[in-house]
Design a binder for this molecule. Sequence first.
Ligand code: OFO
Length: 173
Amino acid sequence: MLSAEMAAALNRHLNTELYSAQLYLSMSSYANFLGLKGAANWFMVQYQEEMVHFTRFYDYINSQGEHVRLGSLDAPPSEFASLLAMFQKTLEHETYITKCINELTELAVKERDHATQIFLQWFITEQIEEEENDRAIIGKLKLVGDNGYGLLMIDNELGTRVFTPPPATGQAP
Ligand code: OFO
């Protein structure tokens, strides 16, 4: 059972995960528009991962005898200055998501809501990986700068990313 405050906080974050999905869908389309098929694939996989995050919150809220409250979302940006700018925006957004997850966890600790603390643990680990991946890609993009060949090499690498559905909520990672 969730407190009213925790239910509201989880619902707010569920909507933020949906925004994350839209942001990466928009980036995927723009990368495709630039002819960067590998980056388009990378962001499409990211979109799929965000929908998993959204669904985890959806399932958890329902499992606690609550129901979700979907809100209206701001439109994500639809144009970006460069591939580097897209990944910088991605890292900035993921850093924000990490902060949100930390705040949710702090609320769960304050309320002694152990079930929600356990639920959020998966996201704490996930955010470490997300930020680390983004930093690695930003590093490579800065290294190649305007070199077209280098950019194509990175785009090819981004094209190898495959969506792997994570285990369902409640299963070991
Ligand atoms: Fe990108 O981790 Fe969810 O939002």
